[in-house]
Design a protein. Structure first.
Length: 341
């Protein structure tokens, strides 16, 4: 399938200065002009007006095409392998390109994947600018016999209206990805959802994250957008649960739970959890521990009730259910705060 959106295609175009269309996995029979016809696009973007001038092997990552009438368009085939597990790994890819060890097409595909990853994490409307300038600085260092490291590169990259060095961008990206990880834990519509929202708001302000004041402000705004989406998802789940046949097992604590996911519905508990986690001082771990203690206190009546249901299936385990649940919950909270979740 042909992707013609700013987040992928224009990102790649900015990397080389040549108009680029990214083609994701799933485009069949790449060497056949007929496979590109029949698309209801404007004349300027009609695929059946392109002339294939270069086709690589069946497992190739790119196609170079001539745009008709006039102008040059490069079509790049991106694959899953271009989306690296750790965003910081792209540094090595860009260094390889600066050394001439990978092709321009590979560089375009990796650059587009990198920009897409950053855009998704930092919730920006634009892509990362300055990758070409970064590579240029890398080449200059190489010509002088200087090894490229995140610490010695001075090129300013841009995204979301701010400028950052590679190292600064990676600090923000790392923090943003980590917040995503625990904010998404357990899905939406649970009591833990509201605890995680409070933690996310505070975590951005923790010392030791190597973020400037402006970067903290930027990331805080990003987190608020993610929280809004999480709450909207919780609202949708709540509406589905309201329409479901109610399961008496959850009464007073959750609604739904028959054909839908049980959704946290005790507004008093939600309010108390929200209040507890709004009082965390990012530079005072003891305030975090107080919030965790309060969360467990709020949840204990429900966990005790649920233990009675567990007793029907596993009497021996039910007696220790609440204790084990709180112990595991506390360990999870500590892992989140310590950055090892």
């Amino acid at each position: 399938m042909i992707k013609n959106d700013f987040s992928r295609s224009d990102a790649a175009s900015l990397a080389t200065g040549v108009p680029v269309y990214l083609v994701e996995e799933g485009l069949q029979n790449e060497g056949s002009k007929g496979a590109l016809t029949g698309m209801k696009l404007s004349e300027g973007k009609r695929l059946d007006s392109w002339e294939i001038t270069h086709v690589q092997s069946e497992n190739s990552v790119s196609l170079a095409n001539t745009y008709q009438p006039g102008g040059s368009i490069k079509v790049v085939h991106t694959e899953d392998r271009h989306y690296l597990r750790n965003t910081e790994q792209y540094f090595g890819v860009f260094d390889q390109y600066a050394k001439g060890q990978i092709s321009e097409d590979e560089f375009i595909a990796y650059s587009a994947a990198f920009k897409s990853e950053v855009k998704n994490t930092l919730n920006t409307d634009d892509c990362v600018g300055g990758i070409n300038a970064l590579v240029k600085e890398m080449r200059e260092n190489i010509s002088k016999g200087i090894s490229n490291t995140p610490d010695n590169l001075k090129t300013k990259l841009s995204t979301g209206g701010i400028e950052l060095t590679w190292k600064e961008l990676m600090n923000m990206q790392k923090t943003g990805k980590y917040i995503d990880k625990f904010l998404d834990a357990g899905g939406a519509g649970t009591y833990m959802t509201y605890a995680n929202i409070g933690i996310a708001r505070t975590y951005v302000h923790k010392s030791g994250l190597d973020l400037t004041e402006d970067q903290v402000k930027f990331l805080s705004e990003v987190v608020e957008k993610k929280i809004d989406r999480k709450l909207e998802t919780s609202k949708i789940l709540l509406e589905l649960a309201v329409a479901d046949k109610q399961n008496p097992m959850w009464e007073g604590y959750y609604i739904g739970g028959t054909r839908t996911q049980p959704v946290a519905s005790n507004t008093k508990m939600i309010s108390e959890i929200t209040e507890a986690f709004s009082k965390i001082d990012p530079n005072d771990k003891s305030t975090y521990d107080v919030a965790v203690d309060r969360f467990q206190e709020i949840m204990r009546p429900w966990e005790t009730i649920f233990a009675s249901y567990v007793a029907r299936q596993a009497p021996g385990y039910a007696s220790s259910y609440v204790h084990e649940k709180e112990r595991n919950s506390r360990a999870g909270f500590q892992a989140i705060w310590n950055g090892i979740y």
